[in-house]
Design a protein around this ligand. Structure first.
Ligand code: SF4
Length: 436
């Protein structure tokens, strides 16, 4: 059994999809962003954000809006096309795009013809070199016409937001998707050539039981999911207004959430999936599991990844780009995003210059989360010791020479242990999700 220490999980901690985290972002100017782009040589990845969904789920914390106004989608796409042209024109000739990820929102909230035009714009403007193409999809709007689209863009990786198969839980979170819909989505993805299919699932939902979690995982594996991301639902209605529709009184308690995560880990690893990081699972042949096994796993804004590119360019409202010395986020508000692009200005709004110390600490945090082990210099260890000591005393991690190692049974504590190396957290208000 995983040891349960509620006191060591009590402080909300970031998910560390970047370091410094987005909570540290402040205003940055376009010149700093242009400078960073001008240094992007070698492998580069693209992330394209589509902030629309056909139906908005009550639990969702993403930057997305209802895709019910054709004019709104059209003007957004005009701006996105303009951003693609502007950004690509500034990229050095030595850069090569090896990955393209479409996320949101739901990329399939777009009309398939518009989506193909968008992909064509990437092809025409960026130096693509046999990119790995991945896409997030909403099974509720995955119509048959998307199969040829996915085939045409060469998407081999797709992620479907499933969350739960239980009709009663689907009702409780405002996301209705009957089993036949998932089955249809799976068939469509396979027919389109997707070889790595991810299901997002959640625990900690209102009224959810351990049996519900077990059933969801069994169904996901029976559908042949190559990857499963098992997230704890983060209920923060004071930050995300749409979550006010969810019955907070029906949410499982902290220990129950912990046991659900433990049960998920036990069930999936017993079923042959490799545990990747603290909340992902993958079949041993999947590139994510292989990256984890060979020490090539990374963490970026999309979660755990086998993408090793040092530069990620974010396109679209709220998209975040990552460079060795800078994190840069586009304007979140689609009106302002469009306005900046109408003036032929890159729509960057927020970000953080990464100091040498940020980069060193970011590397330690990423290593701990991806591999459960990181080389830590003496000075950094001493600075972190007050926060680290309770975890060491509880047997959740230990110092082995120059390394700090997280115990196998301490995966749920990984974010909290990593946070000991995050100097920004000492002064930050509690605005993150629960550690489990
Ligand atoms: S489909 Fe996904 S992105 Fe869209 S509202 Fe639901 S959870 Fe959020």
């Amino acid at each position: 059994m995983w040891p349960y220490h509620p006191d060591l999980l009590a402080t909300p901690v970031p998910r560390y999809t970047s370091f410094p985290t987005a909570a540290e972002f402040g205003e940055i100017d376009a010149a700093a962003y242009a400078d960073a782009i001008s240094t992007a040589t070698g492998d580069v990845s693209l992330y394209v954000h589509i902030p629309f969904c056909d139906k908005i789920c009550w639990y969702c914390g993403c930057n997305t809006a209802a895709a019910n106004k054709a004019q709104r989608l059209a003007t957004y796409l005009d701006a996105l096309h303009r951003e693609i042209a502007l950004l690509a024109a500034q990229l050095p000739a030595s850069a090569r795009v090896r990955r393209i990820a479409f996320g949101g929102g739901s990329p399939n909230a777009l009309n398939p013809v518009d989506f193909i035009r968008l992909f064509d714009a990437l092809v025409l403007n960026f130096p693509l070199e046999e990119p790995v193409v991945s896409i997030e999809l909403d099974p509720r709007t995955l119509t048959d016409e998307w199969a040829p689209v996915l085939g045409a863009i060469g998407a081999t990786r797709a992620s479907m937001g499933v969350q739960t198969f239980s009709p009663k839980l689907q009702e409780a979170i405002g996301r209705i998707q009957p089993m036949a819909m998932i089955a249809h989505g799976v068939e469509l993805l396979r027919k389109a050539g997707v070889t790595s299919m991810n299901f997002d699932l959640m625990y900690g939902l209102p009224g959810q039981t351990r049996d519900d979690v077990t059933d969801a995982l069994s169904l996901a594996t029976s559908f042949g999911a190559d990857r499963i991301a098992l997230f704890g639902y983060a209920h923060v209605p004071h930050l995300i207004a749409r979550q006010r529709r969810i019955d907070g009184g029906a949410l499982p308690g902290a220990e129950e959430r912990f046991r659900m995560a433990e049960l998920g880990h036990a069930q999936l690893t017993a079923g042959g999936y490799a545990a990747v990081g603290f909340d992902h699972f993958a079949k041993p042949g999947d590139p994510l599991a292989q990256a984890a096994a060979s020490g090539r796993l990374h963490r970026n804004f999309q979660g755990f990844t086998d993408d090793a590119a040092p530069v990620l360019l974010g396109l679209g409202a709220s998209a975040i780009g990552s460079f060795p010395t800078l994190l840069a986020q586009n304007e979140k508000n689609s009106g302002r995003y469009r306005m900046l692009l109408s003036q032929n200005r890159l729509p960057v709004a927020l970000g953080k210059v990464r100091s040498a110390d940020d980069r060193r600490r970011g590397a330690v945090i990423e290593e701990l989360l991806c591999h459960g082990r990181a080389r830590v210099c003496r000075a950094m260890l001493e600075q972190a010791w007050d926060r680290l000591a309770p975890y060491v005393e509880a047997g959740l991690c230990e110092v082995e020479g120059e390394y700090l190692a997280i115990a196998e049974h301490a995966r749920p504590y990984a974010r909290s242990i990593a946070a000991a190396f995050d100097p920004y957290r000492q002064h930050s208000p509690r605005r993150f999700s629960s550690a489990i």
